[in-house]
Design a protein. Structure first.
Length: 305
């Protein structure tokens, strides 16, 4: 068997002595060399150039090292396995401790479940109370709206002089006109009477005396209050017993307003040059009140006169 220096080419033409007794005996491979984090096989083999050893001997030594590491690994696994198997028998009273822990966990679970049930019950109770609060708030708002409706009806009746003893509808209308023309300013609603109407009041086109003129501004203000009452009852529910009970009063207010509109339309027909302007203003109030049919009927009656 020819010997060569590992890492150098085998020169078949060179005369080498076959007696290896003069060569240094190679040291065993260091196990630590294989533990380097950046271990590279090619680099490691290139570092073995100074080993006077045949390639077959090097392979054999690597096989023996691999077998040795395999046996050590097997012994280590067997040793730890025996320790693992003996762990259960080495513990004394472990079953009781595990049972205590299990009982404690079950008790804790029951406590958590109890707390959860209480929280859920409290949540449902709070939800019911909030719903009740919302219902009561809605009822309170509805009650305030009914009171506001009643107050507005009372106010409008006072302005129109409805319900006072001994007053017929014609007498009430005349007194409203007298009150309207008694001063230039309305202390209740802040509306001024028409300056043109105050200049013509009590006069016809031929200068004859007639009934006081109806203030269209004041009448429009009354009609706006009436329309608001209609809208409020429609929004809150006109079939409510309270609104049903108020229908007779609303009917009287409606009749009083229509009477004032009729009087205003009659006066507008005798206004001379301002007849068309005043007639259109009165018809606009009819339309605001939603009484276009009454306006048409009144106009027809006036043309017959």
């Amino acid at each position: 068997m020819n010997l060569f220096r590992f890492g150098e080419p085998d020169d078949s033409g060179s005369d080498l002595d076959d007696d290896p007794s003069g060569l240094p005996f190679p040291e065993p491979l260091s196990r630590s060399s294989f533990l380097a984090p950046d271990f590279d096989p090619a680099e490691y083999l290139s570092s073995l150039t100074n080993r006077h050893q045949s390639l077959e001997d090097l392979r054999q030594e690597l096989r023996e090292l691999d077998q040795l590491l395999g046996r050590e690994l097997l012994d280590l696994v067997n040793h730890n396995y025996q320790d693992f198997l003996s762990l259960g028998s080495a513990l004394h009273g472990g079953e009781e401790k595990v049972e205590q822990i299990r009982v404690g966990l079950l008790s804790f679970q029951r406590d958590v479940q109890t707390i959860r049930e209480r929280v859920e019950a409290r949540h449902e109770e709070m939800e019911q109370l909030l719903n009740e609060k919302r219902r009561l708030r809605g009822n309170a708002n509805f009650g305030r709206a009914l009171l506001d409706y009643a107050d507005r009806v009372d106010e409008l009746e006072k302005r129109l002089m409805i319900g006072e003893a001994g007053l017929t509808s014609t007498t009430a209308a005349t007194q409203r006109q007298d009150t309207d023309n008694g001063s230039g300013t309305d202390s209740d609603d802040g509306l001024d009477t028409d300056s043109e109407e105050s200049g013509d009041e009590g006069l016809l086109t031929n200068g004859a005396a007639t009934a006081p003129l109806v203030s269209l501004k004041r009448l429009e203000h009354h009609i706006q209050k009436y329309v608001y009452l209609m809208q409020l009852s429609s929004r809150l529910g006109g079939d409510h017993p309270f609104f049903v009970s108020q229908q007779p009063r609303i009917a009287k207010i409606n009749a009083a307003l229509l009477l004032d509109l009729k009087t205003a339309l009659e006066q507008a027909s005798r206004a001379g040059d301002k007849q068309d302007t005043k007639t259109m203003a009165v018809l606009r109030l009819y339309n605001l009140m939603g009484e276009d049919n009454s306006a048409v009927s009144t106009l027809k009656n006036l043309k017959k006169l």
